[in-house]
Design a protein around this ligand. Structure first.
Ligand SMILES: C[S@@+](CC[C@H](N)C(=O)[O-])C[C@H]1O[C@@H](n2cnc3c(N)ncnc32)[C@H](O)[C@@H]1O
Length: 345
C-alpha cells in the first residue's frame, strides 16, 4: 500500500539528517540495516524478495537536499522537546507515550532508559511485523527492548507470526486507525498519556482523526496529544496544490491539507471538537526561530550550504506542531495558545 511507503520517506530522511550530523541517533542505522535485511521476508517469490531489498538499498543511498535535512532535524527535536517536557512534568509517576502510525520511529529505543515510561506503538500489520522482525534480527535492538523470540525463517513463517511485542515497557501492535472503536484496542492504562501523531493525521479522513481524539480524551483521565503535520496554506497558496499533485502521482492523498491549511484553521478544527483541552500551536518556521539556542542554530548552519533561506522559511511555515494538553503545560514558545474554558492551565 502506498501510504505505508510514506514510512520509508520518514526513515530515510532521518537517516540522511543523522549522517549529515544534524541528529544523533545511535539506533537508527542499526534499525535501518536490520529492516533492509528482513524486508525480503515480506515478499513471496525470490524475485520480489530481491526487488524489495534492492529498492531499500537504493533509497538508503539517495541524497536528501539540505532543506529536507534541516526540516527533519527541526521536526525531530521539536517533538522530542515536547515529549521531554511532558515526561518531566510527571517525574515520579507512570507515564505513557502512544505513537499512532509509528512506522520505523526509533524513539522507543531512544527513550528506553526513562523509568516508569511505557511506549505503545501501532501501525498497519505489515509495517509492525517488519519492525518486530528488524528488532528480533538485531542483538542491540533486541537487548534494548528486552525480547528474545525466534526470527521467522521464511515468508510462510513471516505470514503466520504474531505482529505483537508486549513487554512491561513496550507494546507494539497492529491496528488500522480507521478501525479504532474502543480505546482498549490500544491496551492503554489510565496513567498520564501523550498521544503522538507524527505526520499521520494528514493521511486520515476527518472522521478517523475526530474519533481518535474524542475516544481517547473521553476514555482516559489525563490524555494529551502531540500532532505534527503539513498544512496547505491559504486557499490561494500554491504550496498545498503542488503537494497534493505530487502525492497523487504516488497514489497517496492528504484529505485535509487545504481544509486545515493554516494554524488558525487547525486551532478552530480542534476547538470545534469540544475536547476541553488547552491548545498550543506553532509552525516549524517559528520553532526554528525561537526554540533553538543560538549555538545550535550556528552548529546546524555550518553543516551544509543552504543559500535559499527564504525558501526554507516558506517551506517550514507549512508544517505545524500542535499540542492539546491538560494536567501539565508545554513550556516552549508557541504562536497560538488557547485555554480550555473550564481548564485553568
Ligand atoms: C509519514 S509515515 C510517519 C511515520 C512516523 N510517525 C514518523 O514520523 O517517522 C505515516 C505512517 O502512518 C501509518 N498510517 C497511515 N494510515 C494509517 C492507518 N489507517 N492505520 C495505521 N497506521 C497508518 C503509515 O503506515 C506510516 O507508517
Amino acid at each position: 500500500m502506498a501510504i505505508q511507503e510514506t514510512d520509508y520517506d520518514a526513515l530515510f530522511s532521518r537517516y540522511s539528517a543523522t549522517n549529515k550530523g544534524y541528529l544523533e541517533d545511535e539506533y537508527l542505522a542499526e534499525l535501518l540495516q536490520s529492516l533492509i535485511d528482513v524486508a525480503p521476508l515480506s515478499a513471496q517469490s525470490p524475485h520480489q524478495q530481491m526487488n524489495t531489498k534492492r529498492k531499500l538499498l537504493r533509497m538508503k543511498k539517495s541524497i536528501k537536499m539540505p532543506i529536507i535535512n534541516r526540516g527533519t532535524f527541526l521536526r525531530t527535536v521539536a517533538i522530542d522537546s515536547v515529549i521531554e517536557s511532558f515526561l518531566d512534568s510527571f517525574p515520579n509517576e507512570k507515564t505513557q507515550v502512544v505513537s499512532l502510525g509509528a512506522g520505523s520511529d526509533t524513539r522507543v529505543f531512544r527513550y528506553s532508559d526513562r523509568p516508569n515510561l511505557k511506549w505503545i506503538e501501532c501501525d498497519f500489520e505489515q509495517t509492525v511485523k517488519l519492525k518486530k522482525c528488524a528488532i528480533l534480527n538485531s542483538r542491540k535492538l533486541r537487548t534494548c527492548i528486552g525480547i528474545n523470540e525466534e526470527l521467522p525463517a521464511n515468508h510462510e513463517e513471516f505470514k503466520s507470526c504474531s505482529p505483537t511485542i508486549d513487554t512491561p515497557s513496550y507494546l507494539l501492535h497492529a491496528l488500522d486507525l480507521n478501525e479504532l472503536t474502543d480505546f482498549q484496542q490500544l491496551n492503554i492504562s489510565d496513567a498520564p498519556t501523550i498521544v503522538l501523531a507524527e505526520c499521520v493525521f494528514c493521511y486520515l479522513p476527518d472522521s478517523t482523526c475526530n474519533n481518535i481524539l474524542s475516544l481517547l480524551n473521553s476514555s482516559l483521565s489525563n490524555c494529551s496529544f502531540l500532532i505534527y503535520d503539513p498544512m496547505g496554506g491559504e486557499p490561494t497558496d500554491n504550496f498545498g496544490k503542488v503537494m497534493v499533485n505530487n502525492l497523487a502521482q504516488r497514489n497517496i492523498s492528504m484529505p485535509n491539507l487545504m481544509k486545515y491549511g493554516t494554524l488558525d484553521a487547525q486551532n478552530a478544527r480542534f476547538q470545534a471538537l469540544g475536547l476541553n483541552l488547552n491548545a498550543a500551536l506553532a509552525t516549524i518556521d517559528h520553532v526554528m526561530e525561537t526554540w533553538l539556542s543560538r549555538e545550535e542554530l550556528a552548529r546546524i548552519s555550518k553543516l551544509e550550504f543552504l543559500d535559499e533561506l527564504e525558501e526554507c522559511k516558506l517551506l517550514f511555515k507549512h508544517y505545524c506542531l500542535i499540542v492539546l494538553f491538560k494536567g501539565w503545560k508545554p513550556e516552549q514558545n508557541f504562536q497560538v495558545r488557547t485555554i480550555a474554558k473550564s481548564n485553568d492551565e
